[in-house]
Design a protein around this ligand. Structure first.
Ligand code: CA
Length: 535
């Protein structure tokens, strides 16, 4: 057993005794008391929506500087290989709460309603004496359970003048959503009970589609060109599911995605795999939410763009690349506000003396395409949306500057938080605590492959076919099913952009056989073996 595991066991037993028998103080000075009575850590779980790893500078990319998110990584741990189990918003949230795959927790796609009667980690922390709260995006359709306080956005939420539900009442709050959520978080932190640990889920709407930046950030990137990714003009050879998906930047809506106003373009010819969506009506609704002052600042930036677009009369590749620039700049501007507001919370933790004993996590509900394969959005098991950023800080236990390359998933968060709180995770949770990985030690029996399953087809958006698969450190095997029966195999070492499907290539036959065996084992281990679910 590694030393970090021993430390954990001692801590857990001590913590359980402390929880079970209340405040049994030992004699001696205050310093001795604190040394002998481990405090359970507070937890602030920050999650953005659709924040790609490539849009965080701590991950070694220079699309945008994110100094505050980077600070969490520098003062704690950065997970280089962090993945989701099902790359779409609401199922990801159900998985993180329950520690279970979608086929077990029942939340397979965005249209399902989450069964909130299930055991979740906030409920278990609440039972163990934690104050629990969720503030921001929830998106699970059912009422939050397991939280002493909750203040959640209605549905996906709006960027300007967002509506919140609190204890059954809905109210509109003036301001920009990322700042408003953070204001509520700071209010919660200052008003909470001081003598009990807390677990706060601080969940942003940004940078979800709609990509409406805060007016103060509109001029970032004005004079820059964002480089096109090498796979932008992918032709999807040997990848029929990729070819049939409707999530190309070239097809983005001129109104709701590009923010063009009526009269500045001829006809709305965008598409996104949802024939029911009225892009122009949606954009008018979002635009009309702004106050007069906000609209004035908005128009000052966007009306010259509208004018220039009308004059340029773009088509073909020039139009696709213009859309790429517009998309990327608004997406990154939304992230600027998220990073600034994460900084406000980190500052508060410093000023209030909470930083040392608070676990701060930053992650996203999944990754996102930033032009790779010509796409925006997520869903596919390809790297950009399978990956999700994950950084954590806990000065009392995690050495600053730790980097983990172990294969971890959002499946693991519930067990991790329970572990830190000294609560034994229920046996049917399918993830593992990440805590043993945080001390720069190699854990011999850590997983060597992750499992994935996506379901939202044919209903929903973007026409991404159902698929499941597994990824090892080097290889990936995917099976697309439902109205197709198609396998893909990638060698990520030689083909990190996943352009070459090697399935049934003779030189990979041995690898393919081994991956199939491994996939069967994973499906059996996680109980995803219902043949009806993969027809
Ligand atoms: Ca999302």
């Amino acid at each position: 057993m590694k030393s970090s595991c021993k430390i954990f066991l001692v801590f857990s037993i001590t913590a359980l005794i402390f929880i079970g028998f209340g405040c049994q103080r030992t004699p001696g000075s205050q310093v001795e008391k604190e040394a002998q009575t481990p405090q359970r850590p507070n937890i602030i779980f920050i999650m953005a929506d659709d924040h790609a790893e490539k849009a965080i500078s701590a991950y070694g990319h220079d699309l945008i500087q994110t100094p505050n998110i980077d600070r969490i990584a520098k003062e704690g741990i950065l997970f280089k290989n962090s993945f989701v189990t099902n790359s779409i918003c609401a199922p990801s949230r159900a998985t993180l709460l329950t520690g279970k795959f979608s086929h077990v927790n029942g939340k397979r796609d965005n249209l399902d309603r989450f069964n909130g009667d299930q055991i979740t980690f906030p409920k278990l922390l609440q039972d163990a004496g934690y104050q629990t709260a969720v503030i921001g995006k929830w998106h699970l359709k059912s009422v939050p359970q397991g939280f002493d306080e909750w203040k959640i956005l209605v549905g996906q939420g709006d960027y300007y003048q967002p509506e919140f539900v609190q204890n059954g009442d809905t109210s509109t709050v003036e301001g920009y959503v990322t700042e408003v959520i953070t204001d509520f978080v700071l209010e919660y932190l200052t008003g909470r009970e001081q003598d009990r640990p807390f677990c706060l889920l601080y969940h942003h709407k940004a940078p979800h589609r709609g990509w409406m930046p805060n007016t103060q950030d509109l001029d970032m990137f004005n004079d820059e060109d964002i480089p096109l990714p090498p796979s932008f003009y992918d032709e999807y050879n040997d990848r029929p599911a990729a070819r049939e998906a409707e999530m190309k930047i070239a097809d983005m809506f001129l109104s709701s995605d590009m923010k063009l106003m009526p009269g500045y373009y001829d006809v709305e010819n965008g598409k996104g795999g949802n024939d029911q969506f009225d892009a122009e009506a949606s954009w008018q609704e979002q635009y009309s939410r702004m106050t007069g002052q906000q609209r004035q600042e908005w128009d000052k930036h966007y009306l010259p763009i509208n004018e220039a677009f009308k004059k340029a009369n773009l088509s073909g590749k020039a139009l696709a690349e213009w859309k790429f620039q517009r998309y990327m700049k608004d997406y990154l501007r939304c992230i600027k506000s998220v990073d600034d507001n994460v900084g406000r919370v980190l500052d508060y933790l410093d000023q209030s003396g909470l930083a040392e004993n608070t676990i701060v996590v930053y992650t996203s509900d999944q990754g996102f395409y930033l032009g790779e394969h010509g796409w925006y959005d997520k869903r596919f098991m390809y790297e950009e949306s399978l990956r999700t950023p994950l950084v954590m800080r806990y000065p009392q236990e995690i050495p600053a500057g730790t980097v983990s390359s172990d294969l971890v998933q959002n499946l693991d968060y519930a067990s991790t938080f329970l572990d830190f709180a000294g609560v034994r995770p229920p046996g049917d949770m399918q993830g593992r605590s990440l805590r043993p990985l945080m001390g720069n030690t190699d854990i011999a029996d850590w997983r060597d492959a992750i499992y994935y399953h996506y379901y939202e087809y044919p209903r929903g958006w973007h026409k991404v076919k159902r698929h499941y698969g597994m990824r090892t450190e080097r290889y990936k095997l995917i099976h697309f099913y439902n109205d197709i029966d198609h396998w893909e195999l990638y060698d990520l070492q030689n083909d990190p952009n996943e352009m070459n499907n090697l399935y049934d290539h003779v030189e990979y036959r041995q690898v393919q056989e081994e991956l199939h065996l491994k996939l069967d084992t994973l499906r059996s281990t996680y109980g995803d073996t219902d043949p009806a679910a993969t027809l």
